[in-house]
Ligand binder design. Structure first.
Ligand SMILES: [Zn+2]
Length: 382
């Protein structure tokens, strides 16, 4: 985050310069903003030197944690959003919620030690998990990282850490990270499609993350692409995720790799399938290409429904380049409205797990800002 003059702030917010002066002097007094010279080293000929405002990085520190099926990643951010520490731990499949809370406590301990602060110095913790998450209440209806349903994650984590905790779906946090730190900073409407163990999506409309009435919005992975199609983890049939996620690829990989039984786990199997495809195995290549075509169908649907300026493909599995090969992306163009001259820009971002952790950190910063200064700011709890 950079610097901004009072005049620019007034223009961008559409308020009077006098009101900006009143508001910002309060924030300077409270230690949230500092004044810096607008042109470093420049001496004014007369009068007060021109100054810009900058967020006081030391005002607060927060932590952001992303849980996933492969590894759990945590970052500590200062109040200006700069990363001051990072830690990670390998994931254990479907661990009970109590075990995952202990993982969380260890990760928080690690980032605080690296940042040279105590856990009690954190103003807020943000957590991102895959699955169905009620952001407003902090409850996780279902997530592949927990061996239980309906987990009151925010409450349990807050009780263990003694800190305020805020929770969101990991794809929403990928979108929030792009909004705060990435390509989304200058855009009002964009979508982030994440492909990891499952297929997720975060949607920013008018500079804010859209979550829907129940916080269950934009579950792109569970939009239907086939009637009576493949069985999805959600229990329904024909979901897009059931054609592009790890477990969908693993289902067919046994044939391509000429394996007899289910001796190899899903993620390992998909890694082997990808290695085979790269080595020229035509059946393995066809499995990825088919998944890529389904993904293209999903992306075209997103474009036709929301008309975003930019579509970002993100997440660990996007390194399977067959999924976003040129011919696959070209298929998106064939399924969007003919009235469009061209499809929107599509970018592949390989931030990986760190992106989600930064998004969780941004969520935490938003909550602190909302609570201490008054909001609502993006990311703050409803
Ligand atoms: Zn589904």
């Amino acid at each position: 985050m950079g610097e901004v003059s009072r005049g620019q702030l007034a223009r961008e917010l559409g308020v009077s310069p006098a009101s900006v002066t009143t508001q910002t002097s309060e924030l300077i007094e409270q230690g949230y903003l500092t004044e810096v010279p607008l042109v470093p080293g420049a001496e004014p000929l007369r009068g007060r030197p021109p100054v810009a405002l900058r967020v006081a990085a030391g005002a607060h520190a927060v932590a952001g944690v992303k849980f996933s099926m492969r590894k759990h990643v945590a970052v500590a951010l200062d109040f200006a959003g700069n990363q001051i520490a990072e830690a990670c731990e390998p994931a254990r499949d479907r661990a009970p919620p109590g075990d995952q809370i202990e993982v969380l406590a260890r990760l928080i301990g690690s980032v605080c030690a690296e940042a040279g602060i105590g856990p009690g110095d954190l103003a807020q913790v943000g957590i991102g998990v895959p699955g169905f998450v009620d952001h407003a209440s902090g409850r996780v209806h279902w997530s592949p990282v927990f061996g239980a349903r309906d987990v009151d994650l925010a409450q349990a984590a807050s009780a263990r850490l003694g800190l305020p905790v805020i929770v969101d779906n990991d794809a929403n946090l990928a979108a929030l990270a792009e909004l705060w730190f990435g390509s989304g900073r200058t855009l009002s409407d964009f979508a982030v499609v994440t492909l990891e163990h499952g297929l997720g999506m975060g949607l920013v409309l008018n500079h804010r993350v859209f979550r829907g009435a129940l916080g269950l919005g934009v579950e792109l992975g569970h939009t239907k692409v086939e009637l009576d199609g493949a069985l999805c983890r959600c229990g329904q049939r024909g979901c897009l995720e059931a054609y592009v996620a790890d477990y969908a690829l693993a289902r067919e990989a046994h044939v391509a790799l000429d394996l007899a039984g289910g001796s190899v786990g899903g993620a390992d199997l998909v890694e082997r399938l990808y290695a085979e495809a790269k080595a020229g195995n035509a059946v393995a290549q066809s499995i990825f290409r088919r998944a890529g075509r389904y993904l293209a169908l999903g992306l075209a649907n997103v474009i036709n429904v929301f008309d975003p300026e930019l579509l970002i493909l993100s997440g660990e599995r996007m390194r399977y380049d067959y999924l976003h090969a040129q011919e696959t992306i070209a298929e998106v163009g064939g399924s969007v409205l003919p009235a469009r001259a061209t499809p929107p820009r599509i970018e592949v971002h390989a931030w990986g797990d760190l992106l989600g952790a930064h998004g969780a950190g941004a969520l935490a910063l938003g909550a602190v800002t909302d609570r201490r200064i008054g909001g609502p700011f993006e990311g703050a709890a409803a």
